[in-house]
Design a protein around this ligand. Structure first.
Ligand code: ADP
Ligand code: MG
Length: 246
């Protein structure tokens, strides 16, 4: 599918008297890897939380495939085809790798008949394994999640986000806390993931983002500072001032 997948129109968010986001209007095309960058506190995670339904905007509208998303609870965002990972590692350490993903798969099913229906249970297992395969963790499926390396745990979180087979995958700083080797592996994984679905990435590693993305959206103090191809962003004087000059 091509064309516009997600559109945010005049999105604003206040926390009490503090304006975290103001007037963000931006749309994302299907089948593209777009990054949202900006210095710490720019509003990236807040914007992501709004795009994934975890936070309700104070103003503005969200459309996904032309359908308005405002006011829907987060699980409805998932059913519409939007799924996300978090900036902070968010897994069950004492469950196995496979169980972590299967719990997520089970949470998506509304019916309890999986316990009596072997075919449904087998399907859940297969779905969990497919998500693990997609992130390169199938060989680790029976290990406890707490024994994975940091990089593998981040990949596991992505598998958890993939189990709903999202059309749009939102990833908040998937390379947070990683060294150069793990970052390289994660970049390769992101490229593979973006072959098959639309990916929106929040990052503050500017260099990595410019090499990886087709398009970069820059937030600064809760506002949209720039939006364009990596080359345009690299040479944008305002971006250089607030970001590269740090
Ligand atoms: P980023 O992800 O770009 O680093 P955030 O979206 O996390 O930035 O935060 C943007 C601004 O909003 C920051 O100044 C932060 O302190 C503030 N903020 C974020 N979440 C909350 C909250 N729940 N309550 C109050 N202020 C918040
Ligand atoms: Mg953040």
């Amino acid at each position: 599918m091509s064309g516009e997948l997600l559109r945010a129109e005049g999105i604003g968010k206040r926390f009490g008297g503090f304006v975290a986001l103001e007037g963000i209007t931006v749309s994302f095309a299907a089948g593209q890897l777009t990054s949202i960058i900006g210095p710490n506190g720019a509003g990236k995670s807040t914007f992501f939380n709004i795009l994934s339904g975890a936070l309700t905007p104070t103003s503005g509208k969200l459309h996904f495939r032309g359908r308005e998303l405002n006011g829907l609870p987060q699980h409805r965002f998932v059913h519409q085809g939007i799924s996300r990972s978090y900036q902070i590692t968010n897994i069950f350490p004492d469950l196995s790798v496979h169980e972590n993903v299967r719990v997520a798969a089970q949470a998506l099913t509304v019916s309890y008949d999986i316990w009596r229906n072997r075919a449904r249970l087998a399907e859940l297992h297969a779905r969990a394994d497919a998500a693990l395969e997609a992130v390169g963790l199938l060989s680790k499926r029976n290990e406890l999640a707490k024994f994975l390396s940091h990089g593998q745990q981040r990949a596991l979180e992505i598998a958890i986000a993939l189990v709903s087979e999202p059309e749009l995958l939102l990833l908040d700083e998937p390379t947070a806390g990683m060294g150069p080797e793990e970052t390289k592996d994660m970049v390769a994984l992101l490229e593979r993931l973006a072959d098959r679905r639309t990916v929106l990435l929040v990052e503050h590693k500017m260099k990595m983002v410019l090499g990886l993305s087709k398009r970069v959206v820059v937030l600064h103090h809760g506002r949209l500072l720039a939006d364009g191809a990596p080359d345009e962003i690299r040479s944008n004087p305002e971006v250089r001032r607030v970001y590269l000059g740090q």
